[in-house]
Design a protein around this ligand. Sequence first.
Ligand code: SF4
Ligand code: SF4
Length: 439
Amino acid sequence: MKLSTFKKGVHPREYKQFAENKNIEKMGLPKEVFVPLIQHIGTPCTPIVKKRDVVKAGQLIGEGKGFISSKIHAPISGVVKTIDNFAHPNGSSGQMIHIVGNGEADWNADPAENVDWEKLSKEELIKKVNDAGIVGMGGAAFPSHVKLQPPKDKKIDVFIINGCECEPYLTADHRMMVEQAEEIILGVRIIMKALDVTKALIGIENNKPDAIEIMTKVSQSYNGITILPLKVKYPQGAEKMLIKAAVNREVPTGALPMDVGAVVNNVGTAIGVAEAVVKNKPLIERVVTVTGDGVKEPKNVLARIGTPFRELIEFCGGLKEDAAKILMGGPMMGVTQYTMDVPVIKATSGILCLSRKSAPVLEEYACLQCGTCVNACPMNLLPTRISRAVDYSKFEMAEQLGAMNCIECGCCVFACPSNIPIVQKIRIGKLKINELKKS
Ligand code: SF4
Ligand code: SF4
């Protein structure tokens, strides 16, 4: 059978063997958590607790400001020690609510057992998703309640679920599909009702045959849900690539999936929606793959939001002696960490620990004008020309060349024989372009 996919992209080695067959393990309560006020796309939260307040797990502690924002909840019960700046895993620092736990599994939410969601209106479903602080769990962390309310002039006719997990090493989505297929399909049905669509496609890369089999079996009982095996190629899980592969629609430059009638969510988000709607459970924990040849016992771990990476890595046996690099996310789009004292956030799909051998420092050479990066770019950009424009501070030219359309997938860097850090340059270019527009 010919499998669907998109044009260009790359085929990095998968390295899934570290954790793909490890069942999700629930970590015990962390001693303390650091909950960032910004861990989603949009405006930061405003804290509604203060120093020395006693909080219970699941309690609302930060309100979203404006339409595009997301609420945050206490991941553990305990006392607010402080609200201050701490190291953020996105590479900067940011305001966080620091809670010291009391070790008790108190729970603030209503003890709702299986809310009859089919009796709820679209508006009631969306409100529950908003109240629970659900965001895209695939890495983008876009507030889910916003995606469920497209403008009236955008007719959505298909809901696409991302089960690709195309980043090397990461296996959290794979394990969720194998172990929590019922919850995923429940979340998909809830989102279909909220979006008023009758068709859902779940894209899963063909290197996960067990997930394809289980998800197909569970989805068969419901109308309109189809499992779509996809070719293994990076970045198959990027929204625009997935839409092309699933329904053969091109999202034009500057446009959004809703402009071509599609909404895309990740499988983890579907579980979050199901738990929010049926169990009144806010987003206070997520599955994180702790993996790579730099950690002693790679695992897929259900961990509380705000847990320091250090505690999570210790739960996985600690670092090996030759560990040299830690990233949040996978090797293609992940963010290098300079301390293990950063917290798990809603977008933390993985913590990748690499040994010296797996993360060598590569010498950068001059551009060979070989065009390999151009052939790899799934967004049809000219990465070499954009990065050179940034080198020469020609930010207007970088913008004209489409820098803002770069999805920062890293295909160009992967393909470049001269080890040029093209994405970092384009990222700088995008920041400068935005700064110039504001000035
Ligand atoms: S230029 Fe951007 S979109 Fe194109 S390959 Fe590089 S990182 Fe990906
Ligand atoms: S792949 Fe690297 S060496 Fe080749 S054109 Fe692109 S930037 Fe230059």
